[in-house]
Design a protein around this ligand. Structure first.
Ligand SMILES: NC(=O)c1ccc[n+]([C@@H]2O[C@H](COP(=O)([O-])OP(=O)(O)OC[C@H]3O[C@@H](n4cnc5c(N)ncnc54)[C@H](O)[C@@H]3O)[C@@H](O)[C@H]2O)c1
Length: 341
C-alpha cells in the first residue's frame, strides 16, 4: 500500500489526484502546502479526508507515510526531496527534477544514501502515441533513425505564476524538457552537444525567454532538431509536439495526437526518386488523459510495487535536465555547448 503525502496543491495537483485516487493501493494521508487555503481546497475538491501539515517530515511521521508526491515549483524540489528522503520515503516528483545539475545530483545521491528512490514525472514519454512511435522505430520500420525533428507551438494565457512572472527560461526549463526527454526515449541514446538560439518573441507575455530553436547531436550520431514556443499563437501543435523521424530506410510522422504514419522507400535502380510504401505501424493504445499522468503513475507505481527501478528514476533523468541547461548556456553564450557525460 502506498501511503502518500502530497506536497503542493497548485495546477499539477489536479493532474495527479484523479489517477492517484483511482488506485486502490494508494491512500493520501496528508497535504503539505505553504498556502493553507489551497491545501484545504484540494482536500475538499477530492474528498481526501486527511489533514494538512506545515512540514513534510511531520506529515510523514504522523501519518506513517511511505511516499511523498512533490508538486512544488522547481526551486523548492531539492529541499522537499531531501526532507522526504530523510524521513524514509520514496519520492515521486514533478519535472524538472531540479533547477541545476548540482541539485539533481544531490537529490540522486540522497536517494541512494537513504536506500530510496526519487522518480521524476516525465509524463509525455508515456503518451500512447509516443510509445507506439518508439515501438515502430525500435522494430526497424524506418531503418536506423538519423534525424529527429519536433515542433511544439502553444500559447496558453492562463498560467500566471512562476512561469510567466519569475522564470528566466520558462520554455526550455519548464516545457521543452518534456520534448527533450521524449527525444532521449525515442533515440535510446544520450546527447553530446547542443546549439540553441533562445529568445523572447515580440508580444510575449512572459518575463523570460518563451521561444527557442535547438539542434542536439546524440552520441550515436542522430541529430535532434527542436523548435518551440510558449507564445505560438495560431496553428497550435499538441503539447506532445509534432514529430518527424527520418531513418536510413524511411520516415515516420506523428502529430502528437493520433497514430504515427510511416513510409519506407522501395529500392529502385532506374528511378530518380524511389517509390515509397506505407508501413504498417503499431497502433497506440487509447489515450486516457491529455497530460498522460495516468499512464505515468500506473507504470511507475506498478514498477515500485514490484521492487523494480522506474524508467524515470532521477539517475536516468539527469541527461534530460542536462539538455535543457546546456541549451540555456548555448543560447546565452551563442556557442556550441558539450553536454556532461
Ligand atoms: N508534468 C506536467 O505536465 C506538469 C504540468 C504542470 C506543472 N508541472 C510541474 O509541477 C510543478 C508545480 O507546478 P504548478 O503549475 O502546479 O505550480 P503552482 O504554482 O500552480 O503550484 C505550486 C504549489 O506549491 C506550493 N508550494 C510552493 N513551495 C512549497 C513548499 N516548499 N512546500 C509546500 N508547498 C509549496 C505553492 O503554494 C503552490 O500552491 C512544477 O515543477 C511544474 O513544472 C508539470
Amino acid at each position: 500500500m502506498f501511503r502518500a503525502v502530497v506536497v503542493g496543491a497548485g495546477m499539477a495537483a489536479d493532474f495527479w489526484l484523479p489517477p492517484l485516487c483511482a488506485r486502490d493501493d494508494v491512500q493520501i494521508t496528508a497535504i503539505v502546502e505553504i498556502d493553507p487555503a489551497r491545501g484545504s481546497s484540494l482536500i475538499e475538491r477530492y474528498g481526501l479526508g486527511c489533514e494538512q501539515y506545515p512540514q513534510v517530515a511531520t506529515a510523514v511521521t504522523e501519518t506513517d507515510a511511505n511516499l511523498v508526491v512533490n508538486l512544488t515549483p522547481p526551486a523548492a524540489h531539492r529541499a522537499v526531496a531531501e526532507e522526504a528522503l530523510a524521513a524514509g520515503c520514496d519520492v515521486f516528483g514533478e519535472k524538472p527534477v531540479a533547477e541545476s545539475l548540482a541539485d539533481a545530483r544531490a537529490i540522486t545521491a540522497s536517494a541512494r544514501a537513504a536506500g530510496r528512490r526519487y522518480i521524476v514525472m516525465q509524463n509525455r514519454r508515456f503518451a500512447p502515441g509516443m510509445r507506439a512511435l518508439r515501438e515502430g522505430i525500435a522494430a526497424g520500420l524506418i531503418g536506423r533513425p538519423t534525424f529527429v525533428c519536433a515542433d511544439m507551438f502553444v500559447a496558453p494565457h492562463h498560467y500566471g505564476g512562476f512561469r510567466e512572472e519569475t522564470m528566466e527560461h520558462p520554455l526550455l526549463l519548464d516545457m521543452a524538457i518534456h520534448t527533450f526527454d521524449q527525444a532521449r526515449f525515442l533515440i535510446g541514446a544520450d546527447p553530446v552537444s547542443v546549439y540553441c538560439h533562445e529568445f523572447n518573441p515580440a508580444g510575449s507575455w512572459y518575463l523570460g525567454n518563451a521561444a527557442a530553436s535547438c539542434v542536439f547531436e546524440f552520441g550515436d550520431g542522430t541529430v535532434f532538431s527542436y523548435r518551440g514556443s510558449w507564445v505560438g499563437e495560431g496553428c497550435a501543435t499538441s503539447f506532445d509536439a509534432t514529430w518527424r523521424v527520418t531513418g536510413t530506410a524511411g520516415s515516420v510522422l506523428w502529430d502528437g495526437v493520433g497514430a504515427p504514419r510511416g513510409e519506407a522507400a522501395l529500392r529502385s535502380d532506374s528511378r530518380y526518386f524511389w517509390p515509397t510504401e506505407r508501413v504498417g505501424w503499431p497502433n497506440p493504445e487509447l489515450d486516457r488523459d491529455a497530460t498522460h499522468h495516468s499512464e505515468a503513475i500506473e507504470a511507475t507505481l506498478n514498477t515500485l510495487r514490484a521492487g523494480g527501478c522506474p524508467e524515470t528514476d532521477s539517475a536516468d533523468n539527469i541527461p534530460s535536465l542536462a539538455m535543457a541547461l546546456a541549451a540555456i548556456i548555448s543560447g546565452r553564450e551563442r556557442r556550441l555547448v558539450s553536454l556532461p557525460r
